[in-house]
Design a protein around this ligand. Structure first.
Ligand SMILES: [Zn+2]
Ligand SMILES: [Zn+2]
Length: 153
């Protein structure tokens, strides 16, 4: 296969965006694929940013959601441990509120875990059902070529 832009040079790969054969001179590595340096680099980069942005945003949300449970647990442990550290006799209310904080934190963490599991499952099934794993241009080719054959009975 030859480069789409240089008919005399062998292609080293396919553009991730337009699927044309491209030579080392025309290709640019965009991370996980090649793109036409001139025409497709922006399209592929924005595509990659969209994908990685989505996943990192979800991961961030999942991580951030453990902040409050952890905060409550630490607060609770501090309440319980403070009298021990300072050497004073533990006061009933600080121990009780400490236990309450810790218990609430554990409950919140357990709730968050269940929520995250359900969220991941729904996100997975959603992406499997809604978005085909094939890139859009393959899909367009497939529906144009094979689709018409299948449609007409
Ligand atoms: Zn391209
Ligand atoms: Zn080329």
């Amino acid at each position: 296969m030859k480069c789409f832009y240089h008919q005399e040079i062998d292609a080293v790969g396919l553009c991730k965006s337009c699927s044309k054969g491209i030579c080392p001179e025309c290709a640019i590595d965009v991370g996980g694929g090649l793109a036409c340096k001139e025409t497709c680099i922006e399209a592929v980069q924005s595509l990659n940013a969209l994908i990685s942005g989505n996943t990192s945003k979800v991961a961030q949300r999942l991580r951030a959601s453990y902040f409050w449970p952890a905060f409550l647990m630490v607060l609770g442990i501090l309440f319980i441990a403070a009298p021990i550290i300072s050497g004073k006799p533990p006061m009933a209310y600080s121990t009780i509120s400490g236990l309450a904080f810790t218990g609430f934190g554990v409950l919140l963490a357990a709730y968050q875990r269940a929520f995250n599991k359900a969220y991941r499952r729904s996100a997975q099934s959603g992406s499997q059902g809604g978005r085909p794993p094939r890139p859009p241009h393959h899909l367009a080719c497939g529906s144009a070529l094979g689709g018409s054959g299948r449609m007409v009975k």
